[in-house]
Design a protein around this ligand. Structure first.
Ligand SMILES: Cc1cc2nc3c(=O)[nH]c(=O)nc-3n(C[C@H](O)[C@H](O)[C@H](O)COP(=O)(O)O)c2cc1C
Length: 350
């Protein structure tokens, strides 16, 4: 199936596996690429050296195009851009707000730039800055998310910009792909669905929690880092939501100390990162610290399998996913179903 997305990045199918922190590593990304879709490495939770090694590992496992997701507000974003350019990575995507300078630098080097947006005005802004395509995530999507559902936001963005639009938030099958194409999208991007594959390195106990979740077990909370964050509803989330200011600060300090041991970040650097995530919001100090700690909370579940301690970011779609196919099986199944749906759609009488 050829679309503006397959032509732009040179993949076989108009499907993207998004850059999920601690989840989208070399194994998942190369399995996705080998299945003919676009895999995107999540770099925000890697050091610069880990990113270089991860990019090289993907290249050793596949000859197909892939992408890297980065945060424009990271202190070392320029170094990460250098790696993307030097290693010949095909696509760069941005978590949260991108920067005009970095987009220009990547584009000058021939990298395809696809920022993620959650609102029409952001899509217009990045299109004006020269982005090659835009990934629009509706409110049902996992991780940091907005309020407007994909079915409303997607056509709104398609109407607003002239570049290809990739739809994200709530997709898992061929029906969804056809629906997105009908809205004018050039393809779909999926996070939760790719997390729940046999190629994903997420511990089995954590995958089991996702598989067991119903749609109602997925919630949005600002209690973790001050930004609306969609995740599985767990005891940890409930306790963060009900803790008072003092208890929250004590807990945030304890987590921050733990994160520092893992990351080697200094306290000032951690506070700077936390403040950068505030986005002009009025956050308490405990929220600033938690914001800087969100990567550690995700790590506890996605890497260490701590379903009790960690945050499990999830789209609503987790409530309707109940299997763990390989990336190859998943991509084949979606494309086969999309073709069937297209054949069986009613055609208006001419
Ligand atoms: C576990 C998890 C981690 C995520 N981490 C990131 C991230 O580090 N950067 C980012 O841009 N988006 C992140 N996201 C959002 C996804 O990239 C994607 O936009 C979203 O999952 C799409 O919605 P879906 O889950 O309904 O497919 C994450 C999502 C999940 C489920």
């Amino acid at each position: 199936m050829e679309t503006a997305l397959t032509q732009l990045v040179g993949v076989r199918h108009p499907l993207v596996q998004t850059g999920m922190g601690w989840v989208a590593g070399p194994r998942l990304v190369s399995a996705t690429a080998n299945a003919g879709a676009l895999g995107v490495l999540a770099s925000a939770t890697m050091t610069v050296e880990e990113l270089r090694a991860a990019v090289r590992e993907v290249k050793s496992r596949t000859d197909r195009p892939f992408g890297v997701n980065l945060r424009a507000d990271a202190g070392d974003a320029r170094e990460r851009v250098r790696i993307i350019v030097d290693e010949g990575v095909r696509v760069a995507s941005f978590a949260l707000a991108p920067s005009r300078d970095l987009i220009a630098e990547l584009k000058d080097a021939g990298v395809v730039v696809i920022p993620s947006v959650g609102a029409r005005r952001h899509a217009e802004k990045v299109a004006g800055w020269g982005a090659d395509a835009v990934l629009v995530q509706g409110g049902e999507g996992g991780g940091h998310t907005g309020e407007v559902a994909t079915t409303v936001l997607l056509p709104q963005v398609v109407d607003a910009v002239d570049i290809p639009v990739i739809a994200a938030g709530g997709f898992r099958d061929g029906r969804g792909l056809v629906a997105a194409l009908a809205h004018g999208a050039a393809g779909v991007a999926m996070g939760t669905r790719f997390l729940l594959t046999s190629d994903s390195t997420v511990p089995e106990a954590v995958k089991a929690r996702y598989l067991a979740a119903t749609v109602k077990d997925v919630t949005v909370t600002t209690a973790v880092d001050g930004l609306p964050h969609r995740m599985l509803r767990t005891d940890l989330v409930a306790s963060l939501e009900h803790a008072g200011r003092i208890r929250s600060l004590a807990r945030a300090l304890r987590r921050a100390a733990g994160f520092r041991r893992i990351s080697g970040l200094s306290w000032p650097a951690m506070i700077r990162d936390g403040l950068a995530m505030r986005h002009g919001k009025d956050l308490s100090w405990s929220q600033v610290l938690l914001a800087a700690n969100t990567p550690m909370l995700l790590r506890a579940s996605m890497v260490e399998g701590r379903t009790d301690l960690g945050v499990m970011a999830a789209g609503q779609v987790a409530g309707v996913i109940d299997d763990l196919p390989s990336c190859e099986e998943l991509v084949t199944r979606i494309m086969t179903e999309a073709a069937q749906v297209l054949r069986t759609l009613p055609h208006p009488d001419e």
